[in-house]
Design a protein around this ligand. Structure first.
Ligand code: SF4
Length: 500
């Protein structure tokens, strides 16, 4: 884990989830969907399917999971085509901070309890796990993992409600924080988003040859494209959706509120800035469009011009800032016509572990393995580099050094988010306040000097909020920039204490 943190100085997310119902190849569909959600978690992957055991005359589950990328975990195709039987599946890509490679922490989690069988996968981070875990311990619960997700299973098992949906709803009313869940029962796929809807969750469907539909639920819609599923709708914040046999025949889904009164949603704004894939639709909107708009408002707020209409070459830090850089260059042409978008950095997508020769600068070398400047674009040019965020600043510093080695005339940097000054307690892994570069300096000028650029500008929170979609009853979490946390968190609870 340390390796990933060091190599990618970006916020990392706690997971991607998938659910498939009524598909003859549920495991294969889940596999491809997980594959497109790989960016949401690279540490481990798992799939659980439910199938009917003819001999025992009952539903059973089968699970395959392991540490590593989806491709590695399912490198043996037999796991998908033979071991994971059944027409319903849930799947999970995991990222966590510590204790991660323990197999017991890899989801989905399955349970056999008084009401039957149930399997669950979770994206997000619960904020009241310490007190719930204490409470459950006192009730006699024995934990097998160190994740917050297992708490949820115990709450379901402890519920006195008669129906599974009643048990699940009650358990959801106990937990606080950010969660998107997919749950498999003997006869249903259940999807839920917390009352504030921090993380995205979407419903799609695939038309089968017999005219029925199979349903798919996924963190992002890029998972639908790969399996030719059409988008149906979002799981709404504070909503539990039940997909069953009837849904596949009629399209009808049961929907329940988690808490009685639905609060104003607080979608994670960082999903738009960096985390979700630009080809996805999340929270009902196209990520690519929002990211382009972020670049445009950045140009409106902080245009760049040079004397004598000298050329400004706008480059992006690939891949997450590509669209924003295009948006910036487009609007900056209104201020400075000789603004062009250029590909100034090439990113290698095939970097695995890096082996550092003794005496070499670790950080610089890792960045060099990952990025290479295009000298013909950079040498003797005025470069404006657009990036989406700066966390510790370590990668940015090394990247700037690398670009400087290609001898630009000037090197400026603009960021499509405000300064990150606070940690996230809702499922995005930011380091502690002390490690965030924005807390080390008093101004963006000072940060820019420390990074080694001629100037630096961060998008203001006002402009950020102007750029993101505005829907009725929907607001945003901006806590990592402002420190205003929409859901109280247990201050004694280290955010990842549940991960060990
Ligand atoms: S604190 Fe930041 S990363 Fe975390 S949910 Fe809020 S906006 Fe998203």
């Amino acid at each position: 884990m340390k390796k990933i943190k060091e190599e990618i100085d970006k916020p990392l997310c706690n997971c991607g989830i998938v659910g498939v119902f009524n598909h003859p190849q549920a495991a294969v569909i889940s596999y491809y969907a997980l594959h497109s959600l790989q960016h949401r978690g690279q540490e481990a992957a798992g799939i659980t399917t439910f199938y009917y055991d003819e001999q025992k005359k009952k539903m059973r589950f089968s699970t395959e999971k392991g540490a590593g990328l989806v491709l590695d975990v399912f490198s043996d195709g037999k796991a998908l085509t033979e071991n994971l039987k059944g027409i319903a599946a849930i799947a999970h890509n995991r990222y966590s901070t510590t204790g991660s490679s323990k197999k017991s922490n890899i989801q989905p989690f399955n349970m056999i309890y008084h009401s039957g069988i149930l399997s669950i996968a979770h994206n997000g981070n619960l904020t009241n796990t310490r007190c719930l875990r204490n409470y459950l311990h006192q009730q006699g619960a024995i934990f097998q993992t160190t994740t917050d997700t297992e708490i949820f299973l115990h709450l379901i098992a402890h519920s006195k409600k008669e129906t599974k949906i009643g048990q699940i709803r009650e358990a959801l009313q106990f937990v606080e924080g950010a969660y998107s869940f997919v749950i498999l029962t003997e006869d249903s796929l259940i999807a839920a988003r917390d009352p504030y809807g921090f993380r995205p969750l979407n419903i799609g469907r695939i038309k089968l040859e017999n005219g029925d539909y199979s349903y798919i639920v996924a963190s992002e819609t890029c998972a639908f494209d790969i399996v030719d599923a059409e988008f149906v709708r979002d799981v709404k914040h504070n909503e539990i959706v039940v997909i069953n046999r009837k849904t596949c025949e009629t399209g009808e889904m049961q929907s329940y509120n988690i808490v009685e009164n639905t609060p104003e949603a607080r979608h994670c704004i960082f999903e738009y800035i960096y985390f979700s894939r630009p080809d996805s639709q999340i929270f009902g909107h196209n990520v690519d469009k929002v990211r382009r708009k972020l670049g445009k408002v950045l140009a409106e707020e902080s245009p760049m011009s040079l004397e004598n209409n000298e050329k400004i070459s706008t480059i992006s830090v690939p891949d997450s800032a590509n669209t924003a850089a295009l948006g910036y260059a487009r609007i900056n042409q209104n201020h400075h016509p000789n603004t062009v978008f250029e590909i100034g950095l090439i990113r290698s997508h095939y970097v695995g572990r890096t082996f550092i020769a003794p005496g070499r600068n670790n950080r610089n070398f890792k960045v060099k393995v990952k990025f290479n400047p295009v000298k013909g674009v950079i040498e003797d040019r005025n470069i404006l580099m657009i990036d989406d965020s700066i966390v510790r600043g370590t990668t940015s510093k090394a990247l700037i050094k690398l670009i400087r080695s290609a001898n630009p005339k000037q090197l400026h940097m603009k960021i499509t988010s405000p300064q990150i000054k606070f940690p996230c307690f809702y499922g995005m892994d930011f380091p502690s306040r002390e490690e965030l570069i924005a807390n080390d300096y008093n101004s963006e000028e000072e940060i820019g000097n420390a990074l080694g650029v001629d100037s630096l500008h961060y998008l203001t929170i006002e402009k950020l909020l102007e750029a993101v979609p505005k829907d009725e009853g929907i607001s945003y979490c901006t806590a990592c920039f402002t420190g205003e946390y929409p859901v109280e968190y247990d201050k004694k609870q280290n955010k990842f204490v549940t991960e060990e």
